[in-house]
Ligand binder design. Structure first.
Ligand code: GTP
Ligand code: MG
Length: 371
């Protein structure tokens, strides 16, 4: 791995080499002025002096290169489908609502197959595609939800009419607000005897969500996921709200997007579900996703069908990554395998250096405790 001579590091940090050697000793590394220390140790030392360490040989330049924002020409932009996240309190019916939506599609005679293969689903209503992301209501998933809100064009807030506004409902409202994402309220379970939609509306207003009926601008649709009531109306409202946003992307550029979920499959290896946000992802592309990299070996759409290309606003499952990225990681197409690997390795190194720093801080404290 990469190394640096103590003297050279002292010069770079503009500190007395003896002082640096003392610091190294404190960290348990014995090194003379002309000896080499590894990158991780150098980084810890640099941090102590208030510097951050970056590996040379232009890896950083490469990363800058690759993350250079591509400014699209307005004439290259085409309409893209809205990415809609379904949020709400646990058990308020988020997954049931998505099931009902998929069934509507099937009964409407468009592409079949109700089975959901990935955590994202795509439906086509009157020729208009909508991409849906489900989120679990448990508190442990807060991060994913927060990250989910960042790639979302519209948030559907599901509130059970018999239960009303609950802690995770409020959390979802706050996430949507923080992300500046328009909200559509689906008051669910209206089929229940103890359903009280008016109370829900009242409670929502107390949390700053003013629906149209109350003089605000938030669309509110009463639905029953179980009975399939109000679903068509909800879908119409989604299309309406998304049309006002005039969502666009450039399909003719290297793809960029976000990891929705990932896991290791015994047979297939690391499998990641991604949302392509701009550009077109193709089988054979070299990608970087968080600290992982790889060449896209195969792609499957939300219905489990093998595909070769995925344009903007498409959810796909991809095979071929070196490891499992984290949900919420961004992915980007690199110019070749080598670049992808180098950037991913640099990120892995950063993670290791961070861990090392934590460990060493702990051992330093231990040392003091002994004294
Ligand atoms: P988490 O993912 O665990 O947060 O739950 P969820 O919000 O996805 O809720 P889910 O769709 O799993 O539904 C929870 C329960 O409510 C299930 O037993 C559903 O059958 C029931 N349910 C959902 N929608 C309706 C509805 O419209 N009417 C009635 N009566 N029950 C419903
Ligand atoms: Mg669910």
């Amino acid at each position: 791995s990469e190394k640096i001579v103590v003297k050279e590091l002292a010069e770079k940090l503009n500190v007395n080499p003896n002082d640096l050697i003392m610091k190294l000793m404190n960290l348990g590394t014995m090194a003379a002025i002309n000896q080499e220390i590894d990158f991780e140790t150098a980084e810890v030392i640099a941090t102590e002096y208030g510097f951050s360490c970056i590996l040379e040989n232009t890896q950083e330049d490469m990363e800058d290169d690759i993350f250079e924002e591509i400014i699209d020409n307005p004439e290259d932009l085409v309409k893209r489908a809205p990415i809609v996240t379904v949020m709400g309190h646990v058990d308020h019916g988020k997954t049931s609502l998505l099931d009902a939506i998929r069934e509507t599609e099937v009964t409407a005679g468009e592409a079949g197959g109700i089975t959901q293969h990935i955590g994202a689903s795509e439906v086509k209503i009157n020729g208009e595609k909508i991409v849906f992301l489900d989120t679990p209501g448990h508190e442990a998933f807060t991060t994913l939800r927060a990250r989910g809100a960042q790639i979302t064009d519209i948030a559907i807030l599901v509130v059970a009419a018999d239960d009303g506004v609950m802690p995770q409902t409020i959390e979802a409202i706050n996430h949507a607000k923080a992300a500046g994402v328009p909200l559509i309220v689906a008051v669910n379970k209206i089929d229940k005897l103890n359903a009280n939609p008016d109370r829900v509306k009242q409670e929502l207003s107390e949390h700053g969500v003013l629906i149209e009926e109350w003089g605000g601008d938030v669309v509110c649709v009463p639905v029953s996921a179980v009975k399939g009531e109000g679903i068509d109306h909800l879908l119409e409202m989604i299309i309406l709200v998304s049309e006002m946003q005039e969502l666009k992307a450039n399909p003719n550029r290297p793809a960029m997007g976000t990891i929705i979920e990932s896991e290791v499959d015994k047979g297939k290896g690391p499998v990641a579900t991604v949302i392509v946000q701009t550009g077109t992802l193709s089988v054979g592309d070299s990608i970087i996703a968080g600290h992982t990299y790889g060449r896209v070996r195969a792609m499957f759409n939300s219905k489990g069908k093998r595909i070769k290309k995925a344009g903007p606003s498409t959810a796909v499952e991809i095979l071929g990554l070196s490891d499992v990225p984290e949900a919420g990681d961004k992915f980007i197409v690199a110019k070749d395998d080598k670049t992808a690997r180098q950037i991913a390795e640099k990120r892995q190194q950063e993670i290791r250096a961070k861990n090392l720093r934590v460990n060493q801080k702990v051992s330093l404290e231990d040392l003091f405790n002994q004294i």
